[in-house]
Design a protein around this ligand. Sequence first.
Ligand code: C2E
Ligand code: CA
Ligand code: CA
Ligand code: CA
Length: 279
Amino acid sequence: QAKIQNGGCQFFNDSIIRTFLRKLDLENELRWAISRNQLTLLYQPQVNIKTGHLNGMEALIRWNHPTLGPVSPVEFIPIAEETGIIMDIGKWVLIEVCKQLNRWLSASLVVPTIAVNLSARQFLARDLASSISDIVGENCCDPQHIVIEITESSSMNDIESVLPILHEFKAFGFQIAIDDFGKGYSALGYMKQFPIDILKIDKSFVQELTSDSKSAVITKAIIDMSHGMDLRVIAEGVETQEQLDRLRMMNCDIIQGYVIDPPMSTEQLEIRYLKGVRS
Ligand code: C2E
Ligand code: CA
Ligand code: CA
Ligand code: CA
């Protein structure tokens, strides 16, 4: 009996140690990821549900490490936040997006908006909006092409300090989207105060749309509420035709998900959406 317990305990320790070492490894390697060109961006199309036209896209970061292999942002973004590396990563993402916008615009391609994800941690920098606006200006981009995505939970953490930053973003001409809506605190009162343009319904609701009637009711309510407030609604994580049909019946504006396209390279995106619609 004692032996089994001991064995179980040993296994437990091993797995904790492995998790710890993995994190340490990622943390050390992440510091070099930018300078060693290991980061890339993929872009996921967001399409108009009625016309099928490209409405915008979301930039999603990828880290490909030579020995660790591909590491998911779900794993490394929290580490980047804890260590503060997210500040440099956030800046890198923005510069990349600006460069890409310029490439497309100078090729006379009609480019819709590109959405970038910002972490809660980035909002601790009081000058966030002006520093991002500076980067965009230095790279000769128009803020109107950029959507700032902020998660519902990170914006709720500290409304007093986040709210003025969001107003600054708006004043500079950026658009603002609330990501993962419905998943976090869901205090509807703040929707009234926040200067937002787009609301993204969390994928957990979308994915239960056809199996759980309550998720369907909530999704419909979010769509109607958004329209009443003059916001655009994006349903994300749309994987099946059934989900898409339901969202169309509910009058959803824009969809993003595997049923349309996964996140893809700029080359793929050009071929599928941008070539042939020259301005
Ligand atoms: P998110 O902002 O909620 O991004 C949506 C995630 O859903 C992406 O995962 C995307 O690839 C995935 N997705 C898209 N369509 C579908 C679908 O039909 N079904 C399912 N199950 N998933 C779908 P990804 O790329 O792994 O990114 C995960 C999270 O990492 C993002 O969640 C975001 O919070 C964070 N992240 C990604 N890029 C950045 C970045 O540049 N900066 C920051 N701060 N966070 C980022
Ligand atoms: Ca997002
Ligand atoms: Ca999301
Ligand atoms: Ca998220």
